[in-house]
Design a protein around this ligand. Sequence first.
Ligand code: ATP
Length: 502
Amino acid sequence: QEDIFKKLVAHCKEYGYVFQSSEIYDGLSAVYDYGQYGVELKNNIKKYWWDSMVLLHENVVGLDSAIFMHPTIWKASGHVDAFNDPLIDNKDSKKRYRADVLIEDQLAKIEEKINKEITKAKKRFGDAFDEKQFRETNPRVLANQKKFDDLHERYTKALNDSDLNELKQIIVDQEIACPISGTRNWTDVRQFNLMFSTEMGSTSDGAMKIYLRPETAQGIFVNYLNVQKSGRMKIPFGIAQIGKAFRNEIVARQFIFRMREFEQMEMQFFVRPGTELDWFKNWKSTRMKWHQALGFGEENYRFHEHEKLAHYANAAVDIEYKFPFGFKEVEGIHSRTDFDLSQHEKYSGRKIRYFDPELNESYVPYVVETSIGVDRMFLQVISAAYCEEELEKDSRVVLKLPPVLAPVKLAVLPLVKKDGLPEKAREIIDNLKFDFNCQYDEKDSIGKRYRRQDAIGTPFCVTVDHQTSEDNSVTIRYRDSMKQERVNISELGRIIGEKVSM
Ligand code: ATP
């Protein structure tokens, strides 16, 4: 699986999806650029989200707030004081780690051992295998389960108590990430703020320290009154936004999974106090359906309920996807209570209320948030789509992207570079290019051209041959099945349109 992941990263570079930022200067860690196909896929993901949130929900509207915001906003939101990661350095290896991630990795390793035992036994016993009984009786599984439970209990307690000494002690006791066996030479765990700061204005007239936003949500909260009033919005209603966010992540790894500059798609849904848990349930299921509608297999998604809630939340769940490196968060759904709006009332001195005509009273609305990373979704989609297939004579790499997300919808390929076929191919493109992203390709054999389109995930290839000049028919080749069909040119728009719509 790790191997597949490496190949996927290489594929993203080779086919113009994702490049390391500043590569000719040896790169900038945890920052990435999107190439010619990457930008199309990313835009399609954003549109797919935007359309399903804003266009399909009458009571959700959009917003585009600035990245720079008044610095007091980050005081009010709690980010100045509490947006931290616990860090620890290993003095021997001179490496820096996130204490919580180290321990979570250790937990995952133990879980992996248990899963391996189970997979092995499943193979051995076939249909007769009873997983529950095996878990309760196999000595190796029992021993590992106990290890897992003990560590898990100790870790969650340390987190809940914000006990940094205990986090360090766990790492020392578990001998986690020791490059030289037996080294226990760690610094203390300390808190590290994740926000990037910069200065606005010249120093002579008093420069102001401002932050690059670490989430887009606060831009929505501080515009709550503007949108509610100007749009005459009635609760319940939502505000959706797509935009960049910045976090000075320490553990930068797994490609675009965790970046320092990334993009979020967030929606804050404002509700009547007391109804928030119903709305939370509602959005939880709506968002899961949205993911599963892409067709990558329901078994590859799961919910992860948070054991430790942030101080402002009264419910939180992640939607996780089975990446090549395990189940990991793609989206978070949080019931944030009235924390953010109340904090902004307090710090700004403005009343941020809603007058509810049905109740005939004013209140600070409660908020349910759905928050998803564009880049993480990109990685999810591309790792789900990446396929290596053995064929009869050779093999192919194919990106089985859902047609609605594919960067190029169709490639039009003249069989030969003469006899008027290129002109005919261009004519087809000229008719379809306003509706679909089309690509023209005449270089190399038709087989090679199909492979190239497979590798970038183009769902349809249209081949123009000599028969086309006679009867206006072309072959359309489907990426996943590789089946070909003869159709009239006039039908192409309809056939492709049906497949690439939401
Ligand atoms: P994690 O636990 O992975 O750090 P988080 O719980 O801090 O994530 P949120 O603050 O809830 O994440 O952010 C919402 C979403 O934004 C995440 O589900 C993820 O898709 C995305 N996201 C957060 N941090 C990053 C990052 N550094 N790079 C890319 N995407 C990110």
